[in-house]
Design a protein around this ligand. Sequence first.
Ligand code: BES
Ligand code: MN
Ligand code: MN
Length: 463
Amino acid sequence: MTPRDQAIAHYDAHRPGHLESLKKLVRIPSVSFSGYDPENVRASAKATAQWLRDSGLHNVEIWELPDTYPSVYGEWLGAKDAPTVLLYAHHDVQPPLREALWNSPPFEPTERNGRLYGRGSADDKAGIAVHAASIAAWLKTAGNLPVNVKVLIEGEEEIGSPNLTAYLKHYKDRLRCDYMVLTDCANYDTGKPSLTTSLRGLVTLEITVSALNSPLHSGMWGGPIPDPVSGLCKMLASLTNEKGRVAVSGLMDAVVPPSKSELDDFRALGMSEKIFREQSGVLDGVRLFAENEELLVQLWRQPAISINAFRAGGSGAVGNVLMDSAWARIGLRLAPGMDPEVCTRMLTDHLQKTCPWGLKSEIVPEQGAKPWKTSPDHPVFEVAKKSLTRGYGSDAVCIGCGGTIPFVDQFTGILGDIPALLVGIEDPRTNAHSENESLDLGDFDKAVRSQIHFFADLAESGL
Ligand code: BES
Ligand code: MN
Ligand code: MN
C-alpha cells in the first residue's frame, strides 16, 4: 500500500471516532450572536483545540483577543522544502431560528437517511472535521504529512468576522502560507465536488420608521395620521423592481459581469428551472426571476435584497391600533465589483429619500463584507480538482457562491494575494441558517478522502 492508501484506510477504520467528535462539537451551542451565552463559543473552541491535538497537530493554541470570540490555531511544519497550506473553517454557528420546526433538537446531532442533522453539522463544524480527520489519517500512519499545514478555526464568522482584521494583524507572521484551503462552501450538488471561485459580499442594516411615541386607537385617530407600517412597506417595496432586480440607483454600476468563458462554464453546469425549484423548495406557482444559466448568474454575480426580518405590532392577539413604529432588517448581497461602504451609503440614501409623509426613520448600518473573485489559472487549481475528482469519484467543477466569507478578502488583503481554494460539504439539501440543517455523510467521507489526496498531490506537483 502507498502511504496515501494507508492514510485513507486509516480514515475508513477511524471514521466512527471522527463522527463522534463531530457530534460532540454539534452538541455545544456555539452561537456567536449577541444575546447568546459566549461561554458556549469558548467551550467549542476548547473542544476544537482538543480534537486538533488528538489529530497530532503541534502548538495547538486558543487565540482570544479582548472582547472577541476565540479562534483555534494548530500546525504541523515538519515537511522540509514542501509548501505550507493554511486550512480554514469556523466553529461558531447560527442561532437555531424557530426551534419548534426542527424534527430533532438543533443541538442533539441525529442521523437520518445518511445525513447528520443539527445546527453546525455542515456549517461549519464539518469543515473542522475534514481538517482533523485528514491530518490524523496521515500523522497516525506515515507519521508525517506530505506538506506543512497551519489550521485556523475562526469563532466569529457568522457575525461577519468583526475582529478578523485585528487577529490577522496580530498573528500575521504565524499565518504565512503558500496556499489556503477554506472548507466552508457548498458543492454544486450532492456528490459533485466543487471549487468556488467567487463569493458575494454583504451589507446589512436595521431600520425603524416611527410616527408616534406609542400606539393609538385606530378608530379614534386613524386616517389623518400616517401609518408607519404602511410607510415602511412602501420603502421596502421600492428597493426592487417588478422583475425582482435591485432598484437602488447607482448600485448596479460597479457589478463585474461574468466573462464569456465564465458564462460558458455556468451553462455547462446544466442548471434548469426544474432543478432549481426542486433544490430550493420554492412553492408551485411562485415565479423565478431567471432561467437556466441566468439563474446562476443572478445567484452568484448579481446583487440581491432580502428582508431578513420585519416587525410591527405585537404578536398573538391584535387589537385595532395605529402602530407607533415599524422595524426591519435589510440584507443586500453584493456582487463581485461592488463595495460595501459605497453600497451602504446608496442604500441608506435610497431609504431616506423614499421615507414618506415626514415619518421619522432611524437607520443603523452593520459592518459590511466585501465580495471576492479569483480566476482559477494558477496550476494549484488543477491539483485541487484532481484530488477532488479522486476523492469523490466524480469530475470536479468550478462554481460561484451566493454567500459570503469575510476571511478570504481580509486574509489576502493582509497576507498577500495567495491562491485560495474554496471547497466545502454543504449541498443543496443542507438548509444552513434555517431549520433542520444537515450534512450528507457520504460527501463527508469523500471530502476527507479528497483532502488526504490533496496533501500528497500538492507535494508531488512540486508547486
Ligand atoms: N458557509 C457560509 C458561506 C456560504 C454560504 C457558503 C452559502 C456556501 C453557500 C458562511 O458561514 C456564512 O453564512 N457567511 C455569512 C457571512 C456574513 C455574516 C458576513 C453569510 O453569507 O451570511
Ligand atoms: Mn460557514
Ligand atoms: Mn453560515
